[in-house]
Design a protein around this ligand. Structure first.
Ligand code: ACO
Length: 363
């Protein structure tokens, strides 16, 4: 039995349409200054295609980096809270479109923590010999579910996907320790009340997004703190052993706090929230992919990661990178532009939701 689940492939997919903070300020009562100083975000991507398409491109790039054929995979696991449909899942569309016909395929929803949750369980499955070659993807099209009249939450999120290939290995590598939790007492502070609980006959176009930013912030700090302490204790490593920090990208201030706690200097902390906003389950694999591409992650590096999301789920992991930081085949496939700008895609949603709120207010 192989003891480790080495990361052998990495890939990403960012839709081409970019929405800047100034674009948002054309239809929301907000400003570039407010968004930058409170969150660190400068722009985000808006997808014209569904989550499964984003997931497939990211997945194909990760397979290319690993030098694997899609038919060699035995599991495809997609972390998402924005599936194209309730049934069937996103993972089955990825399986079909990649041609991985021997792979089991399922989705996992732990909100923004989904990717680390996925790594946690996929690593266990590889260690026990149940699976050998696993593709994990984090993919989201959050811009379709946001309430574009609600400035508190609308400015924070974006679309994208990232992926990793994990393979059974005898070399010490991959997720060395991980800890995942859920602070369910606070499950309502970040909630989209939709899905099976909504009254489809009374649906008026509004998907209420409960979002209590400061409470999420407070609990996220506490949860990540505990999870990081646990993974250090489990491995016996200390902050002195860490080469870089690759955290969930929800707020730059939160990332700065984590970096201080883990004693990781700024140049070793991976931050890309300014370009993409919060892409939920996709932030972690996109950040890993860019950290490798930019030479921040070096062969054999030890990395600490921490995440939190709706639930409130939370987690941390210590990851050892393998000896290879260059892709075996080019992993740079991108999505073609449809010609639509980010505002072309979002303004109709904003208009519909605004009218629905006005109608509700008048009744
Ligand atoms: N533009 C301008 N003003 C705004 C905006 C906006 N987009 N949003 C809120 N404001 C106003 C508020 O109305 C408030 O005005 P008031 O003082 O007149 O009442 C003021 O700005 C301050 O609002 P706060 O909510 O106190 O702002 P805060 O500094 O807490 O920042 C934020 C809000 C960025 C959401 C922060 O709480 C946060 O980062 N929370 C945790 C991270 C998070 O929730 N990320 C989202 C995803 S969760 C996940 O990843 C699963």
């Amino acid at each position: 039995m192989k003891k480790y689940a080495e990361i052998t492939g990495w890939g990403k997919c960012l839709p081409p349409a970019v929405m800047s903070n100034d674009d948002l300020a054309t239809f929301l009562d907000t400003s570039d200054e407010w968004i930058r100083t409170r969150t660190g975000i400068e722009e985000r991507r808006v997808s014209a295609v569904g989550t499964s398409k984003l997931a497939t491109v990211a997945g194909r790039n990760a397979l290319a980096a690993a030098g694997l054929d899609a038919s060699e995979l035995d599991l495809i696991l997609v972390g998402t809270c924005t599936p194209d449909e309730l049934i069937p899942n996103v993972a089955s569309a990825v399986q079909r479109d990649l041609g991985s016909k021997y792979a089991a395929a399922f989705d996992l929803n732990a909100a923004c923590s989904s990717f680390l949750y996925g790594m946690h369980y996929a690593t266990q499955a590889i260690r026990t010999g149940v699976h050998k070659k696993v593709l994990i993807i984090g993919a989201e099209r959050l811009t379709r579910i946001l309430d574009w009249t609600q400035r508190e939450s609308a400015v924070l999120f974006g679309d994208g996907a990232g992926a990793m290939v994990l393979e059974a290995s005898d070399t010490e590598s991959g997720l060395l320790a991980s800890h995942v939790t859920c602070d369910a007492d606070a499950r309502d502070v970040l909630a989209l009340k939709f899905g099976m609980s909504f009254d489809r006959f009374g649906f008026d176009g509004i998907m209420p997004f409960n979002f209590v930013g400061q409470e999420i912030f407070k609990r996220a700090v506490k949860g990540m703190n505990t999870a990081v302490e646990k993974v250090f204790a489990e491995t016996g490593l200390t902050t002195a052993d860490i080469d870089s920090l690759i955290p969930h990208q929800a707020n730059k201030r939160l990332i700065d706090y984590l970096a201080k706690m883990c004693k990781v200097p700024e140049e070793k902390t991976v931050i890309n929230i300014q370009k993409y906003g919060n892409t939920s389950s996709a932030t972690l694999p996109i950040a890993f992919c860019e950290a490798v591409e930019q030479g921040i992650v070096k062969p054999g590096d030890t990395i600490v990661s921490a995440v939190f999301g709706g639930g409130l789920t939370c987690g941390a992991g210590i990851i050892k990178w393998g000896q290879r930081v260059t892709p075996i085949r080019p992993n740079d496939e991108v999505l073609e532009s449809t010609g639509e700008s980010a505002l072309d895609l979002i303004l109709p949603l904003h208009e519909q939701t605004k009218l629905a709120w006005e109608k509700r207010g008048n009744e």
